[in-house]
Design a protein around this ligand. Structure first.
Ligand code: HEC
Ligand code: HEC
Length: 502
Protein backbone atom coordinates (compact mmCIF):
# COMPACT_ATOMS: atom_id res chain seq x y z
CA UNK A 1 0.00 0.00 0.00
CA UNK A 2 1.07 3.50 -0.65
CA UNK A 3 3.24 4.70 2.14
CA UNK A 4 4.02 8.09 3.56
CA UNK A 5 6.12 9.55 0.79
CA UNK A 6 4.23 11.41 -1.86
CA UNK A 7 5.27 11.03 -5.48
CA UNK A 8 5.81 14.08 -7.60
CA UNK A 9 3.83 14.08 -10.83
CA UNK A 10 6.88 15.20 -12.85
CA UNK A 11 5.70 15.79 -16.41
CA UNK A 12 2.60 13.94 -15.66
CA UNK A 13 0.16 16.62 -14.97
CA UNK A 14 -1.90 15.41 -17.80
CA UNK A 15 -5.34 16.43 -17.36
CA UNK A 16 -8.60 15.10 -17.02
CA UNK A 17 -11.12 17.39 -17.92
CA UNK A 18 -14.74 17.53 -17.58
CA UNK A 19 -14.49 17.09 -13.97
CA UNK A 20 -16.27 20.14 -12.87
CA UNK A 21 -17.91 19.15 -9.68
CA UNK A 22 -18.84 22.68 -8.81
CA UNK A 23 -21.81 24.82 -9.82
CA UNK A 24 -25.18 24.70 -8.24
CA UNK A 25 -26.98 26.26 -11.15
CA UNK A 26 -28.54 23.91 -13.62
CA UNK A 27 -26.84 24.10 -16.95
CA UNK A 28 -30.17 23.62 -18.68
CA UNK A 29 -28.61 21.19 -21.10
CA UNK A 30 -30.19 17.95 -22.17
CA UNK A 31 -28.99 15.17 -24.41
CA UNK A 32 -29.14 16.15 -28.07
CA UNK A 33 -32.23 14.81 -29.82
CA UNK A 34 -30.32 13.03 -32.52
CA UNK A 35 -28.38 10.32 -30.73
CA UNK A 36 -25.49 9.33 -32.97
CA UNK A 37 -25.85 5.88 -34.52
CA UNK A 38 -22.60 4.87 -32.91
CA UNK A 39 -24.25 4.94 -29.49
CA UNK A 40 -25.58 1.59 -28.48
CA UNK A 41 -27.61 1.20 -25.36
CA UNK A 42 -25.49 -1.02 -23.18
CA UNK A 43 -26.12 0.90 -20.00
CA UNK A 44 -29.17 -0.98 -18.83
CA UNK A 45 -27.49 -4.05 -17.45
CA UNK A 46 -30.09 -5.07 -14.94
CA UNK A 47 -28.12 -3.61 -12.03
CA UNK A 48 -30.75 -0.95 -11.71
CA UNK A 49 -32.63 -1.41 -8.48
CA UNK A 50 -34.51 1.86 -8.52
CA UNK A 51 -37.19 1.12 -11.06
CA UNK A 52 -39.47 -0.85 -8.78
CA UNK A 53 -38.98 1.30 -5.71
CA UNK A 54 -41.32 4.16 -4.89
CA UNK A 55 -39.33 7.33 -5.62
CA UNK A 56 -40.68 8.97 -2.43
CA UNK A 57 -38.79 6.47 -0.31
CA UNK A 58 -35.43 6.88 -1.96
CA UNK A 59 -32.69 8.60 0.04
CA UNK A 60 -31.61 10.44 -3.10
CA UNK A 61 -32.52 11.32 -6.68
CA UNK A 62 -32.23 8.55 -9.27
CA UNK A 63 -29.84 9.06 -12.19
CA UNK A 64 -31.18 7.55 -15.38
CA UNK A 65 -29.09 5.35 -17.66
CA UNK A 66 -28.30 6.86 -21.05
CA UNK A 67 -27.15 5.21 -24.28
CA UNK A 68 -23.45 4.33 -24.29
CA UNK A 69 -21.02 3.19 -26.93
CA UNK A 70 -19.77 -0.37 -27.02
CA UNK A 71 -16.18 -1.26 -27.88
CA UNK A 72 -13.33 -3.71 -27.67
CA UNK A 73 -11.41 -3.77 -24.35
CA UNK A 74 -8.13 -5.03 -25.86
CA UNK A 75 -8.09 -2.23 -28.42
CA UNK A 76 -9.02 0.16 -25.62
CA UNK A 77 -5.98 -0.88 -23.61
CA UNK A 78 -3.77 -0.40 -26.67
CA UNK A 79 -5.12 3.15 -26.98
CA UNK A 80 -4.58 3.87 -23.30
CA UNK A 81 -1.02 2.56 -23.54
CA UNK A 82 0.08 4.30 -26.73
CA UNK A 83 -2.64 6.66 -27.96
CA UNK A 84 -2.13 10.36 -28.75
CA UNK A 85 -5.04 11.47 -26.54
CA UNK A 86 -3.05 13.97 -24.48
CA UNK A 87 -1.56 15.37 -27.66
CA UNK A 88 1.88 16.50 -26.47
CA UNK A 89 4.99 15.49 -24.59
CA UNK A 90 8.77 15.73 -24.64
CA UNK A 91 10.44 14.70 -27.94
CA UNK A 92 11.25 11.00 -27.61
CA UNK A 93 14.92 11.58 -28.39
CA UNK A 94 15.24 13.51 -25.10
CA UNK A 95 13.85 10.68 -23.03
CA UNK A 96 17.13 8.78 -22.48
CA UNK A 97 18.79 11.98 -21.25
CA UNK A 98 15.96 12.85 -18.91
CA UNK A 99 15.81 9.24 -17.75
CA UNK A 100 19.53 9.19 -16.95
CA UNK A 101 19.14 12.44 -15.05
CA UNK A 102 16.62 10.61 -12.87
CA UNK A 103 13.64 12.73 -13.93
CA UNK A 104 11.35 9.74 -14.29
CA UNK A 105 12.15 7.71 -11.21
CA UNK A 106 12.00 3.95 -11.22
CA UNK A 107 8.32 3.18 -11.54
CA UNK A 108 7.60 -0.19 -13.17
CA UNK A 109 6.69 -0.54 -16.85
CA UNK A 110 3.06 -0.86 -17.89
CA UNK A 111 1.94 -4.50 -17.54
CA UNK A 112 0.84 -5.72 -20.98
CA UNK A 113 2.95 -3.21 -22.93
CA UNK A 114 6.41 -3.84 -24.37
CA UNK A 115 9.24 -1.45 -23.63
CA UNK A 116 10.89 0.12 -20.63
CA UNK A 117 8.80 3.30 -20.26
CA UNK A 118 7.32 3.71 -16.78
CA UNK A 119 3.62 2.83 -16.73
CA UNK A 120 2.41 6.43 -16.56
CA UNK A 121 4.12 7.55 -19.79
CA UNK A 122 3.22 6.78 -23.40
CA UNK A 123 5.10 7.22 -26.66
CA UNK A 124 3.11 8.50 -29.63
CA UNK A 125 3.25 10.78 -32.67
CA UNK A 126 1.80 14.29 -32.39
CA UNK A 127 -0.33 16.02 -35.01
CA UNK A 128 2.83 17.74 -36.27
CA UNK A 129 4.48 14.35 -36.84
CA UNK A 130 6.91 14.38 -33.92
CA UNK A 131 7.50 11.27 -31.81
CA UNK A 132 7.00 12.31 -28.18
CA UNK A 133 6.68 10.82 -24.72
CA UNK A 134 3.88 12.20 -22.59
CA UNK A 135 1.71 11.38 -19.61
CA UNK A 136 -1.22 8.97 -19.88
CA UNK A 137 -4.38 8.20 -17.84
CA UNK A 138 -2.42 5.88 -15.52
CA UNK A 139 -0.66 8.93 -14.07
CA UNK A 140 -3.68 9.25 -11.80
CA UNK A 141 -5.55 6.01 -12.49
CA UNK A 142 -3.02 3.33 -11.48
CA UNK A 143 -2.08 2.80 -7.88
CA UNK A 144 -0.43 0.43 -5.47
CA UNK A 145 -2.72 -2.07 -3.77
CA UNK A 146 -1.12 -4.45 -1.25
CA UNK A 147 2.29 -3.86 -2.82
CA UNK A 148 1.20 -4.38 -6.45
CA UNK A 149 0.55 -1.84 -9.18
CA UNK A 150 -3.13 -2.12 -10.08
CA UNK A 151 -4.41 -0.43 -13.24
CA UNK A 152 -7.60 1.46 -12.55
CA UNK A 153 -6.80 1.86 -8.84
CA UNK A 154 -6.41 5.46 -7.74
CA UNK A 155 -3.01 7.04 -7.21
CA UNK A 156 -3.54 9.16 -4.14
CA UNK A 157 0.17 9.79 -3.53
CA UNK A 158 0.70 12.42 -6.23
CA UNK A 159 2.00 15.70 -4.87
CA UNK A 160 0.98 18.66 -7.00
CA UNK A 161 2.06 21.15 -4.34
CA UNK A 162 5.49 21.83 -5.84
CA UNK A 163 4.34 21.66 -9.43
CA UNK A 164 4.63 25.32 -10.39
CA UNK A 165 8.25 25.56 -9.26
CA UNK A 166 9.13 22.29 -11.03
CA UNK A 167 7.59 23.54 -14.24
CA UNK A 168 9.37 26.88 -13.94
CA UNK A 169 12.62 24.93 -13.71
CA UNK A 170 11.65 22.82 -16.72
CA UNK A 171 10.76 25.95 -18.75
CA UNK A 172 14.15 27.42 -17.86
CA UNK A 173 15.89 24.43 -19.42
CA UNK A 174 13.88 24.36 -22.63
CA UNK A 175 15.80 27.15 -24.41
CA UNK A 176 19.06 25.29 -23.78
CA UNK A 177 17.82 22.51 -26.04
CA UNK A 178 17.06 24.62 -29.09
CA UNK A 179 20.34 23.82 -30.86
CA UNK A 180 20.13 20.15 -30.04
CA UNK A 181 16.75 19.48 -31.61
CA UNK A 182 15.21 19.64 -35.08
CA UNK A 183 12.94 22.70 -35.35
CA UNK A 184 9.74 20.58 -35.35
CA UNK A 185 10.83 18.69 -32.24
CA UNK A 186 11.86 21.88 -30.52
CA UNK A 187 8.47 23.42 -31.32
CA UNK A 188 6.75 20.43 -29.65
CA UNK A 189 8.92 20.77 -26.57
CA UNK A 190 8.06 24.46 -26.31
CA UNK A 191 4.36 23.70 -26.77
CA UNK A 192 4.39 21.11 -23.99
CA UNK A 193 6.32 23.36 -21.62
CA UNK A 194 4.02 26.31 -22.36
CA UNK A 195 0.89 24.29 -21.67
CA UNK A 196 2.28 23.01 -18.40
CA UNK A 197 3.31 26.46 -17.26
CA UNK A 198 -0.09 27.87 -18.22
CA UNK A 199 -1.88 25.37 -15.98
CA UNK A 200 0.70 25.16 -13.19
CA UNK A 201 -0.64 27.97 -10.96
CA UNK A 202 -4.08 26.32 -11.05
CA UNK A 203 -3.07 22.86 -9.92
CA UNK A 204 -1.19 23.62 -6.71
CA UNK A 205 -3.11 21.46 -4.26
CA UNK A 206 -2.90 22.58 -0.64
CA UNK A 207 -2.43 18.98 0.55
CA UNK A 208 -0.17 16.38 -1.09
CA UNK A 209 -2.14 13.39 -2.29
CA UNK A 210 -5.26 15.35 -3.26
CA UNK A 211 -5.91 15.85 -6.94
CA UNK A 212 -6.53 19.16 -8.73
CA UNK A 213 -8.25 17.66 -11.78
CA UNK A 214 -11.32 19.89 -11.58
CA UNK A 215 -9.34 23.12 -11.65
CA UNK A 216 -7.14 21.73 -14.37
CA UNK A 217 -10.20 21.20 -16.54
CA UNK A 218 -11.40 24.74 -15.85
CA UNK A 219 -8.16 26.46 -16.82
CA UNK A 220 -7.82 24.36 -20.00
CA UNK A 221 -11.39 25.09 -21.09
CA UNK A 222 -10.75 28.80 -20.50
CA UNK A 223 -7.93 28.84 -23.05
CA UNK A 224 -9.79 27.05 -25.83
CA UNK A 225 -12.38 28.04 -28.40
CA UNK A 226 -15.21 25.57 -27.76
CA UNK A 227 -16.16 25.49 -31.44
CA UNK A 228 -12.80 24.97 -33.15
CA UNK A 229 -10.86 23.74 -30.07
CA UNK A 230 -8.08 26.14 -31.07
CA UNK A 231 -5.76 27.13 -28.20
CA UNK A 232 -5.45 30.78 -27.22
CA UNK A 233 -2.57 32.02 -25.10
CA UNK A 234 -4.91 34.49 -23.43
CA UNK A 235 -7.97 32.99 -21.72
CA UNK A 236 -11.28 33.50 -23.57
CA UNK A 237 -13.39 33.21 -20.42
CA UNK A 238 -12.49 34.09 -16.87
CA UNK A 239 -10.16 31.41 -15.42
CA UNK A 240 -11.17 29.56 -12.25
CA UNK A 241 -9.85 30.78 -8.89
CA UNK A 242 -6.40 29.42 -8.11
CA UNK A 243 -7.56 27.88 -4.84
CA UNK A 244 -7.81 24.16 -5.56
CA UNK A 245 -10.83 22.26 -4.24
CA UNK A 246 -9.31 18.83 -3.58
CA UNK A 247 -10.63 15.61 -5.08
CA UNK A 248 -9.60 12.06 -4.35
CA UNK A 249 -9.04 10.02 -7.53
CA UNK A 250 -11.82 7.41 -7.77
CA UNK A 251 -11.15 3.81 -8.84
CA UNK A 252 -12.15 3.17 -12.46
CA UNK A 253 -13.77 -0.22 -11.79
CA UNK A 254 -16.88 1.56 -10.51
CA UNK A 255 -17.83 2.76 -13.99
CA UNK A 256 -19.51 -0.52 -14.94
CA UNK A 257 -22.26 0.36 -12.45
CA UNK A 258 -22.43 4.13 -12.68
CA UNK A 259 -24.88 6.09 -14.82
CA UNK A 260 -23.09 9.40 -14.24
CA UNK A 261 -19.38 10.13 -14.07
CA UNK A 262 -17.80 12.11 -11.22
CA UNK A 263 -18.56 12.77 -7.57
CA UNK A 264 -21.32 15.31 -8.14
CA UNK A 265 -22.83 13.25 -10.99
CA UNK A 266 -21.74 15.87 -13.54
CA UNK A 267 -20.73 13.57 -16.39
CA UNK A 268 -23.77 12.63 -18.47
CA UNK A 269 -24.55 11.44 -21.98
CA UNK A 270 -21.82 9.65 -23.93
CA UNK A 271 -19.26 8.73 -21.24
CA UNK A 272 -16.59 7.84 -23.78
CA UNK A 273 -16.57 11.44 -25.05
CA UNK A 274 -16.13 12.73 -21.50
CA UNK A 275 -13.31 10.28 -20.82
CA UNK A 276 -11.33 11.76 -23.69
CA UNK A 277 -11.27 15.29 -22.30
CA UNK A 278 -7.64 14.72 -21.28
CA UNK A 279 -7.26 15.91 -24.86
CA UNK A 280 -7.96 19.47 -23.70
CA UNK A 281 -4.26 19.75 -22.75
CA UNK A 282 -2.82 19.68 -26.26
CA UNK A 283 -5.34 18.52 -28.86
CA UNK A 284 -5.90 21.74 -30.77
CA UNK A 285 -8.32 20.90 -33.59
CA UNK A 286 -11.68 19.24 -34.11
CA UNK A 287 -10.22 16.81 -36.66
CA UNK A 288 -7.64 15.54 -34.21
CA UNK A 289 -10.24 15.32 -31.43
CA UNK A 290 -12.68 13.44 -33.68
CA UNK A 291 -10.00 10.86 -34.52
CA UNK A 292 -9.29 10.30 -30.82
CA UNK A 293 -13.00 10.09 -30.08
CA UNK A 294 -13.31 7.12 -32.46
CA UNK A 295 -10.99 5.14 -30.21
CA UNK A 296 -12.68 5.97 -26.91
CA UNK A 297 -15.61 3.56 -27.16
CA UNK A 298 -12.87 0.93 -26.84
CA UNK A 299 -11.29 2.75 -23.89
CA UNK A 300 -14.63 2.78 -22.12
CA UNK A 301 -15.02 -0.94 -22.85
CA UNK A 302 -11.63 -1.61 -21.19
CA UNK A 303 -12.69 0.42 -18.16
CA UNK A 304 -16.00 -1.42 -17.93
CA UNK A 305 -14.20 -4.76 -17.95
CA UNK A 306 -12.11 -3.88 -14.87
CA UNK A 307 -12.74 -5.91 -11.73
CA UNK A 308 -12.12 -4.58 -8.24
CA UNK A 309 -9.17 -6.33 -6.54
CA UNK A 310 -10.06 -8.94 -3.90
CA UNK A 311 -8.73 -8.59 -0.35
CA UNK A 312 -5.56 -10.75 -0.44
CA UNK A 313 -5.86 -12.95 2.64
CA UNK A 314 -2.29 -14.29 2.16
CA UNK A 315 -0.74 -10.87 2.70
CA UNK A 316 -3.31 -8.85 4.62
CA UNK A 317 -4.70 -11.57 6.85
CA UNK A 318 -7.75 -13.83 6.77
CA UNK A 319 -11.33 -12.60 6.58
CA UNK A 320 -13.52 -13.80 9.47
CA UNK A 321 -16.50 -15.11 7.46
CA UNK A 322 -18.89 -15.37 10.41
CA UNK A 323 -18.20 -11.80 11.47
CA UNK A 324 -18.48 -10.64 7.84
CA UNK A 325 -21.93 -12.17 7.50
CA UNK A 326 -23.06 -10.37 10.67
CA UNK A 327 -21.68 -7.24 9.03
CA UNK A 328 -23.64 -7.96 5.88
CA UNK A 329 -26.88 -7.86 7.88
CA UNK A 330 -25.91 -4.45 9.29
CA UNK A 331 -25.01 -3.27 5.80
CA UNK A 332 -28.32 -4.39 4.32
CA UNK A 333 -30.24 -2.61 7.07
CA UNK A 334 -28.19 0.62 7.12
CA UNK A 335 -26.19 1.18 3.96
CA UNK A 336 -27.62 -0.77 1.01
CA UNK A 337 -30.39 1.70 0.18
CA UNK A 338 -27.70 4.13 -0.99
CA UNK A 339 -24.76 1.88 -1.90
CA UNK A 340 -26.55 -1.18 -3.33
CA UNK A 341 -26.21 -4.87 -2.60
CA UNK A 342 -23.37 -7.22 -3.42
CA UNK A 343 -23.93 -10.79 -4.57
CA UNK A 344 -21.59 -13.55 -5.61
CA UNK A 345 -21.11 -11.97 -9.06
CA UNK A 346 -21.77 -8.65 -10.81
CA UNK A 347 -25.01 -10.04 -12.18
CA UNK A 348 -26.34 -10.52 -8.65
CA UNK A 349 -25.41 -7.02 -7.52
CA UNK A 350 -27.89 -4.18 -7.37
CA UNK A 351 -26.96 -0.52 -7.40
CA UNK A 352 -29.51 2.29 -7.11
CA UNK A 353 -27.58 5.02 -9.01
CA UNK A 354 -28.61 8.00 -6.91
CA UNK A 355 -27.21 11.36 -6.02
CA UNK A 356 -27.81 12.47 -2.44
CA UNK A 357 -28.26 16.14 -1.60
CA UNK A 358 -25.35 17.80 0.22
CA UNK A 359 -27.81 18.78 2.99
CA UNK A 360 -28.58 15.09 3.54
CA UNK A 361 -25.09 13.52 3.41
CA UNK A 362 -23.54 16.68 5.02
CA UNK A 363 -20.00 15.94 3.85
CA UNK A 364 -17.95 18.98 2.79
CA UNK A 365 -20.21 20.84 0.39
CA UNK A 366 -17.69 23.08 -1.39
CA UNK A 367 -17.21 20.78 -4.38
CA UNK A 368 -20.90 20.08 -4.86
CA UNK A 369 -22.11 23.60 -4.33
CA UNK A 370 -19.25 25.41 -5.98
CA UNK A 371 -19.12 27.76 -3.00
CA UNK A 372 -16.25 29.76 -4.40
CA UNK A 373 -16.03 28.36 -7.91
CA UNK A 374 -18.62 29.78 -10.20
CA UNK A 375 -18.30 26.79 -12.47
CA UNK A 376 -21.28 27.51 -14.67
CA UNK A 377 -19.10 29.02 -17.39
CA UNK A 378 -17.04 25.84 -17.60
CA UNK A 379 -20.15 23.68 -17.74
CA UNK A 380 -21.42 25.93 -20.54
CA UNK A 381 -18.07 25.76 -22.32
CA UNK A 382 -18.19 21.96 -22.28
CA UNK A 383 -21.79 21.74 -23.37
CA UNK A 384 -21.26 24.14 -26.30
CA UNK A 385 -18.03 22.50 -27.40
CA UNK A 386 -17.06 19.50 -29.52
CA UNK A 387 -17.29 17.50 -26.28
CA UNK A 388 -20.86 18.62 -25.71
CA UNK A 389 -22.05 17.21 -29.04
CA UNK A 390 -22.71 13.77 -27.56
CA UNK A 391 -22.11 14.31 -23.83
CA UNK A 392 -23.04 16.99 -21.32
CA UNK A 393 -22.11 18.17 -17.86
CA UNK A 394 -24.87 18.63 -15.32
CA UNK A 395 -23.38 18.78 -11.81
CA UNK A 396 -25.82 18.25 -8.93
CA UNK A 397 -25.80 19.91 -5.51
CA UNK A 398 -24.83 16.66 -3.81
CA UNK A 399 -22.77 13.49 -4.13
CA UNK A 400 -23.19 10.02 -5.59
CA UNK A 401 -22.96 7.18 -3.02
CA UNK A 402 -20.40 5.15 -4.94
CA UNK A 403 -20.49 1.39 -5.54
CA UNK A 404 -18.32 -0.06 -2.76
CA UNK A 405 -16.59 -2.80 -4.78
CA UNK A 406 -12.93 -2.92 -3.72
CA UNK A 407 -13.54 -0.06 -1.28
CA UNK A 408 -10.89 -1.46 1.09
CA UNK A 409 -8.22 -0.70 -1.56
CA UNK A 410 -9.05 2.97 -2.12
CA UNK A 411 -8.10 4.95 1.02
CA UNK A 412 -8.37 7.80 1.83
CA UNK A 413 -12.16 8.22 1.80
CA UNK A 414 -14.85 10.71 0.78
CA UNK A 415 -14.70 12.82 -2.37
CA UNK A 416 -11.96 15.00 -0.89
CA UNK A 417 -9.88 12.19 0.64
CA UNK A 418 -10.27 13.73 4.09
CA UNK A 419 -10.79 10.51 6.07
CA UNK A 420 -7.77 8.15 6.21
CA UNK A 421 -9.49 4.88 7.22
CA UNK A 422 -12.78 3.03 6.89
CA UNK A 423 -12.91 2.69 10.69
CA UNK A 424 -12.93 6.50 10.93
CA UNK A 425 -15.48 6.79 8.15
CA UNK A 426 -17.84 4.57 10.15
CA UNK A 427 -17.17 6.37 13.45
CA UNK A 428 -16.80 10.11 13.04
CA UNK A 429 -15.25 10.48 16.52
CA UNK A 430 -12.12 8.77 15.16
CA UNK A 431 -11.61 11.24 12.30
CA UNK A 432 -8.46 13.31 12.78
CA UNK A 433 -8.66 17.08 12.33
CA UNK A 434 -5.03 17.43 11.21
CA UNK A 435 -3.23 14.30 10.03
CA UNK A 436 -0.07 13.25 8.34
CA UNK A 437 0.47 10.02 6.41
CA UNK A 438 2.76 7.53 8.10
CA UNK A 439 4.45 4.74 6.19
CA UNK A 440 2.68 1.45 5.76
CA UNK A 441 -0.94 0.49 5.57
CA UNK A 442 -3.41 -0.32 8.31
CA UNK A 443 -5.17 -3.65 7.74
CA UNK A 444 -7.08 -3.27 11.02
CA UNK A 445 -8.67 0.15 10.52
CA UNK A 446 -8.48 -0.43 6.72
CA UNK A 447 -6.68 2.47 5.17
CA UNK A 448 -3.73 4.78 5.55
CA UNK A 449 -1.59 4.78 8.66
CA UNK A 450 -1.38 8.30 9.99
CA UNK A 451 -0.11 10.40 12.84
CA UNK A 452 -2.15 13.21 14.32
CA UNK A 453 -0.75 16.71 14.01
CA UNK A 454 -1.53 19.17 16.79
CA UNK A 455 -1.51 22.12 14.41
CA UNK A 456 -2.97 23.00 11.05
CA UNK A 457 -1.67 24.98 8.07
CA UNK A 458 -2.23 28.38 9.69
CA UNK A 459 0.34 27.52 12.34
CA UNK A 460 2.93 25.77 10.18
CA UNK A 461 5.30 28.05 8.30
CA UNK A 462 7.32 25.57 6.23
CA UNK A 463 6.23 24.47 2.74
CA UNK A 464 6.09 20.96 4.17
CA UNK A 465 2.75 21.85 5.66
CA UNK A 466 1.24 20.33 2.55
CA UNK A 467 2.01 16.93 4.03
CA UNK A 468 -0.48 17.70 6.79
CA UNK A 469 -4.09 17.16 5.79
CA UNK A 470 -5.85 20.13 7.39
CA UNK A 471 -9.58 19.46 7.44
CA UNK A 472 -10.36 23.09 8.31
CA UNK A 473 -9.24 24.34 4.86
CA UNK A 474 -11.85 25.21 2.23
CA UNK A 475 -13.13 22.03 0.60
CA UNK A 476 -11.13 19.75 2.93
CA UNK A 477 -13.78 19.18 5.64
CA UNK A 478 -14.12 15.68 7.10
CA UNK A 479 -17.60 15.97 8.59
CA UNK A 480 -20.83 14.36 7.49
CA UNK A 481 -21.80 10.86 6.41
CA UNK A 482 -22.66 10.00 10.02
CA UNK A 483 -24.53 6.79 9.10
CA UNK A 484 -22.11 4.59 11.04
CA UNK A 485 -22.20 6.63 14.25
CA UNK A 486 -25.41 5.21 15.77
CA UNK A 487 -24.15 1.62 15.41
CA UNK A 488 -22.55 -0.26 18.31
CA UNK A 489 -18.80 -0.95 18.30
CA UNK A 490 -19.56 -4.61 17.60
CA UNK A 491 -21.75 -3.71 14.62
CA UNK A 492 -19.08 -1.42 13.21
CA UNK A 493 -16.45 -4.13 13.66
CA UNK A 494 -18.64 -6.60 11.76
CA UNK A 495 -19.36 -4.05 9.06
CA UNK A 496 -15.63 -3.44 8.53
CA UNK A 497 -15.12 -7.18 8.13
CA UNK A 498 -17.92 -7.27 5.56
CA UNK A 499 -16.43 -4.35 3.59
CA UNK A 500 -13.26 -6.43 3.13
CA UNK A 501 -15.29 -8.92 1.10
CA UNK A 502 -16.55 -6.39 -1.47
C1 HEC B 1 -4.56 14.43 -13.35
C2 HEC B 1 -5.11 13.17 -12.92
C3 HEC B 1 -6.03 12.44 -13.88
C4 HEC B 1 -5.77 11.99 -15.15
C5 HEC B 1 -4.50 12.14 -15.94
C6 HEC B 1 -6.98 11.33 -15.60
N1 HEC B 1 -7.93 11.35 -14.61
FE1 HEC B 1 -9.72 10.47 -14.66
N2 HEC B 1 -10.22 11.33 -12.91
C7 HEC B 1 -9.36 12.06 -12.11
C8 HEC B 1 -10.09 12.58 -10.96
C9 HEC B 1 -9.51 13.42 -9.83
C10 HEC B 1 -11.42 12.15 -11.11
C11 HEC B 1 -12.61 12.47 -10.18
C12 HEC B 1 -13.17 13.82 -10.52
C13 HEC B 1 -14.53 14.10 -9.92
O1 HEC B 1 -15.34 13.19 -9.80
O2 HEC B 1 -14.80 15.28 -9.59
C14 HEC B 1 -11.46 11.36 -12.34
C15 HEC B 1 -12.59 10.70 -12.82
C16 HEC B 1 -12.59 9.83 -13.88
C17 HEC B 1 -13.69 8.97 -14.25
C18 HEC B 1 -15.04 8.90 -13.53
C19 HEC B 1 -14.99 7.92 -12.38
C20 HEC B 1 -16.23 7.90 -11.54
O3 HEC B 1 -16.35 7.03 -10.68
O4 HEC B 1 -17.11 8.76 -11.72
C21 HEC B 1 -13.30 8.25 -15.34
C22 HEC B 1 -14.11 7.19 -16.08
C23 HEC B 1 -11.97 8.68 -15.67
N3 HEC B 1 -11.55 9.62 -14.75
C24 HEC B 1 -11.24 8.19 -16.75
C25 HEC B 1 -10.03 8.75 -17.15
C26 HEC B 1 -9.37 8.42 -18.41
C27 HEC B 1 -9.88 7.41 -19.42
C28 HEC B 1 -8.25 9.19 -18.46
C29 HEC B 1 -7.26 9.29 -19.60
C30 HEC B 1 -7.83 9.51 -20.92
C31 HEC B 1 -8.18 9.94 -17.22
N4 HEC B 1 -9.29 9.67 -16.48
C32 HEC B 1 -7.13 10.77 -16.86
C33 HEC B 1 -8.02 12.28 -12.36
C34 HEC B 1 -7.39 12.03 -13.55
C1 HEC C 1 -28.33 8.33 2.55
C2 HEC C 1 -27.40 7.63 1.69
C3 HEC C 1 -26.24 6.93 2.34
C4 HEC C 1 -26.25 5.99 3.35
C5 HEC C 1 -27.43 5.46 4.13
C6 HEC C 1 -24.88 5.55 3.49
N1 HEC C 1 -24.07 6.23 2.61
FE1 HEC C 1 -22.11 5.93 2.35
N2 HEC C 1 -22.04 7.49 1.07
C7 HEC C 1 -23.12 8.24 0.65
C8 HEC C 1 -22.66 9.32 -0.17
C9 HEC C 1 -23.52 10.36 -0.85
C10 HEC C 1 -21.26 9.22 -0.22
C11 HEC C 1 -20.28 10.18 -0.93
C12 HEC C 1 -19.98 11.31 0.04
C13 HEC C 1 -18.78 12.15 -0.34
O1 HEC C 1 -17.89 11.66 -1.05
O2 HEC C 1 -18.71 13.29 0.13
C14 HEC C 1 -20.90 8.07 0.57
C15 HEC C 1 -19.60 7.62 0.76
C16 HEC C 1 -19.28 6.43 1.41
C17 HEC C 1 -17.96 5.87 1.47
C18 HEC C 1 -16.70 6.51 0.89
C19 HEC C 1 -16.48 6.11 -0.52
C20 HEC C 1 -15.16 6.60 -1.05
O3 HEC C 1 -14.77 6.18 -2.13
O4 HEC C 1 -14.47 7.40 -0.41
C21 HEC C 1 -18.04 4.68 2.14
C22 HEC C 1 -16.92 3.72 2.44
C23 HEC C 1 -19.42 4.53 2.53
N3 HEC C 1 -20.14 5.61 2.06
C24 HEC C 1 -19.90 3.47 3.26
C25 HEC C 1 -21.16 3.46 3.85
C26 HEC C 1 -21.58 2.50 4.83
C27 HEC C 1 -20.74 1.33 5.33
C28 HEC C 1 -22.85 2.84 5.17
C29 HEC C 1 -23.72 2.20 6.21
C30 HEC C 1 -23.26 2.36 7.57
C31 HEC C 1 -23.23 3.99 4.38
N4 HEC C 1 -22.17 4.34 3.59
C32 HEC C 1 -24.47 4.60 4.40
C33 HEC C 1 -24.44 7.98 0.95
C34 HEC C 1 -24.86 7.09 1.92
Amino acid sequence: MSGGCARSPRFSVAVIGAVLGAACEESGRTLPDATPDALVDVADDGADATSEVDAEELPGTPIAAEPQRGGDPARGFATLAAGAYVGCGVPAELYPIADQAGVFGDEPPLPGRDGPLPYYLSQFVTASGVEVIGPNCFTCHAGEVAGELVLGAPDNTLDFGGFASQIAQFEGQVALLEDLLEPASYAELVRFADRLSTVAPWVQSAVAGTNPADNLAGILFAHRDPETLAWHDEPLIEPPPQIVLPVDVPPLWRMKKKHAMFYAAAGRGDHARIMMTTATLCVDSREEAAAIDETFGDVRAWILALEAPRWPEETLGPIDRTLASEGEAVFLATCAKCHGTYGASDAEDTYPNLWVHADEVTTDEALALGATHAATRFVDWFNQSFYGETAYLEPQPGYVPPPLDGIWATAPFLHNGSVPTLAALLDSRLRPRYWRRASGWDAEAIGLRFTVSEVGHAEITSANKRFVYDTTLLGHGNGGHFYGDPLSDAERRALLEYLKTL
